[in-house]
Design a protein around this ligand. Structure first.
Ligand code: ZN
Length: 488
C-alpha cells in the first residue's frame, strides 16, 4: 500500500512529496520541553503529533532516527536574551539544585507522554550534555564572520548574515518588519542591532548555571542547543524538523540562521509545526486560571474539569483534529471523544465474533486504501478516523446481519484495525481497569485457597498454587495471610 507521502512544509508553505535524503532512513528532530514545570497540553500535542509521524514512517518501512531534546539550561524567562534562566529561577524559588528541578520534571514529562502512549525518541539529548559542541559551533560561526563578541557574550550578526542568506524565510518576516517589531530593551545596547541574538551569554555573578568558554564563564543561548545537537546526531542537513507553531519565530528562524552561519546549509528539508491548543476558546496561560496540566486531566483535579479523563481519551481527542488546525478543549468535546473511542475499541473486539458469508456487500479493500490515503495526505488523522468509523459501521452491521462479509474481508477489517488503530494511532484499552479487575479476581482466588487451607483441603490449596505458578503468578504464604506476585 505505498503511495507518495505528502507533507506540508512550513518553509515552502506548500504540501510537498516527502523524499528522505537517504532512501531508507529518515532523520527527524523535534524540539522537546524545557523541564521547569508540570507537563501540560502544550507538551501533549507535539509529543502526539510527532509520535504519529514517527510511527507512520516506520510503518512505511523506513528506519527513523527520532531526536527530541530536553532543554535543561539556557532558556531564559522572557524567551529572548534577558531575564533569569527558567530552570535556575525555579531552583531558586524551590531551594533546589537546578539539576534536581530538571530530574523531577523530566521524570514527570516521561511519565505523562508514556501514559499518552507516545514511543520514546531514539535519542533524547540534553543541552547541558552538549556544551562542548555548542562552544565549537559558536567558534565556527565567529570564524565564518557571522557573529561578534562583546564583553563575554557572542551575538549572531543578523544584518551581516542577511547579506548572504535570507533571514526570516521560515516565518515569512523580513528583516525590516522584524526590526520594527523588536523593542529596544535596557541592556541590549551591547548588540549592534536589536534583531541580533545571543548564541553565548556571559554569566552574571549570580547566574549559577555557567560553563567556562573562550569568552569567559557563560552559558549557551537557548536556540543554539537544537542546532548543535541536531547536526551532531542527524548531520548538517536532515529530513524533518518539528515543533509547535509558537517556535517558528524566533526559535526555528534562529536555528536556520545558526546552521547556515556555521555549516553554510539549512538544517532541515521539511519543517513541520503543530497548531496550538485553547481551553474553552481561550488561550492557555500560566497566569490564567485555565492552565490544566496533564496529571490534572488524568485525575480530574482541576476546577474546569467535570471529571477525570483517561490518557487515551486525551490522545484520541488530539488526533480528532489535524495537527495543523487549532484545537479547543472542553468537557463536552472530551466526553464525546471518550464515547467515540469506546465505540472504536469495541468494534475491534467484535471483529473476531463476525460470521463469515460467501460474499461481501461492502468494499473493505477500498476503505483500507482510503485509510492510507488519509495518512499520506499530511498525516490527516481526522479523515482517517472518519474512515475508521465507517469500518465500525460495517462491523456493527455485519454483526446485526444487515451487511455481509467474506472471510477475506473480515481479515482485511482486522488488518485495518491492527494497522491504523493499534500501530499508527496507537489507541488501546486503558490497562488500569484491567489491573483493578485482576486484583479483584486474585483476591477471590486467594480467599478460596485460604478457606480450603482452613478446611485442611491441601489438595485444592496446592492445586491453586501450582496452577497459578504455571501462569507465572507466585503465591507466598506469610503470617499475615497469602500474597501474590507476577514473576518476570
Ligand atoms: Zn529547538
Amino acid at each position: 500500500m505505498s503511495s507518495d507521502l505528502i507533507i506540508y512544509n512550513t518553509l515552502s508553505r506548500k504540501k510537498e512529496v516527502f523524499k528522505p535524503i537517504h532512501p531508507t532512513h529518515v532523520g527527524m528532530y523535534v524540539c522537546g520541553p524545557t523541564v521547569y514545570g508540570e507537563p501540560h497540553l502544550g507538551h501533549a500535542r507535539p509529543s502526539i503529533t510527532f509520535d504519529i509521524v514517527f510511527r507512520y514512517l516506520q510503518h512505511k518501512g523506513l528506519k527513523v532516527r527520532y531526536v527530541r531534546n530536553i532543554t535543561d539550561a539556557g532558556h531564559l524567562v522572557d524567551d529572548a536574551d534577558h531575564g533569569e534562566d527558567k530552570i535556575a529561577k525555579k531552583a531558586r524559588l524551590e531551594k533546589l539544585e537546578p539539576m534536581e528541578v530538571v530530574q523531577f520534571y523530566t521524570i514527570k514529562y516521561h511519565k505523562a507522554v508514556d501514559a499518552l502512549n507516545c514511543l520514546p525518541p531514539s535519542i533524547e539529548p540534553r543541552a547541558t550534555g552538549h556544551i562542548i559542541e555548542q562552544i565549537e559551533m559558536v567558534k565556527q560561526i565567529l570564524e565564518n564572520g557571522y557573529a561578534y563578541e562583546v564583553n563575554g557574550s557572542v551575538y549572531l550578526d543578523v544584518n551581516k548574515y542577511n547579506e548572504d542568506f535570507p533571514y526570516g524565510k521560515l516565518s515569512g518576516r523580513n528583516l525590516e518588519d522584524t526590526l520594527e517589531n523588536t523593542r529596544t530593551l535596557d541592556g541590549q545596547d551591547e548588540k549592534k542591532s536589536s534583531v541580533d541574538f545571543a548564541i553565548w551569554k556571559k554569566a552574571a555573578p549570580e547566574h549559577i548555571m555557567r560553563w567556562p568558554s573562550p569568552w569567559g564563564d557563560g552559558f549557551p543561548g537557548w536556540h543554539l542547543e537544537c542546532s548543535a545537537m541536531s547536526s551532531k546526531y542527524l548531520g548538517d542537513t536532515f529530513d524533518i524538523h518539528g515543533g509547535g507553531m509558537d517556535l517558528v519565530f524566533p526559535h526555528h528562524e534562529a536555528e536556520i540562521a545558526q546552521s547556515n552561519a556555521c555549516n553554510k546549509c539549512d538544517p532541515a528539508n521539511f519543517w513541520m509545526h503543530n497548531n496550538m491548543i485553547t481551553i474553552n476558546g481561550q488561550k492557555m496561560g500560566k497566569s490564567l486560571a485555565n492552565f490544566i496540566n496533564l496529571e490534572e486531566f488524568f485525575s480530574g483535579s482541576h476546577d474546569l474539569l467535570e471529571r477525570a479523563y483517561k490518557p487515551m481519551t486525551v490522545r484520541f481527542f488530539i488526533l480528532q483534529a489535524h495537527y495543523r488546525s487549532p484545537l479547543d478543549f472542553s468537557n463536552d468535546a472530551l466526553q464525546a471523544a471518550e464515547k467515540g473511542l469506546v465505540k472504536l475499541l469495541n468494534a475491534k473486539k467484535t471483529i473476531t465474533k463476525l460470521k463469515e458469508s460467501s460474499k461481501s456487500t461492502v468494499d473493505v479493500l477500498s476503505l483500507q486504501k482510503d485509510c492510507y490515503q488519509a495518512m499520506n495526505d499530511d498525516f490527516n488523522t481526522p479523515i482517517l478516523i472518519a474512515h475508521l468509523f465507517e469500518a465500525v459501521r460495517i462491523i456493527n452491521c455485519a454483526k446485526a446481519g444487515t451487511e455481509d462479509l467474506t472471510k477475506e474481508d473480515i481479515k482485511v477489517l482486522s488488518d485495518i484495525f491492527d494497522t491504523f488503530v493499534t500501530t499508527i494511532l496507537a489507541l488501546k484499552e486503558e490497562e488500569e481497569s484491567n489491573n483493578d479487575l485482576s486484583n479483584d479476581i486474585m483476591d477471590i482466588i486467594l480467599q478460596i485457597r485460604s478457606s480450603a487451607k482452613s478446611n485442611k483441603d491441601w489438595t485444592t490449596a496446592d492445586l491453586i498454587r501450582d496452577e497459578l505458578k504455571k501462569l507465572n503468578i507466585e503465591v507466598r504464604d506469610g503470617s499475615e495471610g497469602s500474597s501474590w506476585e507476577i514473576k518476570e
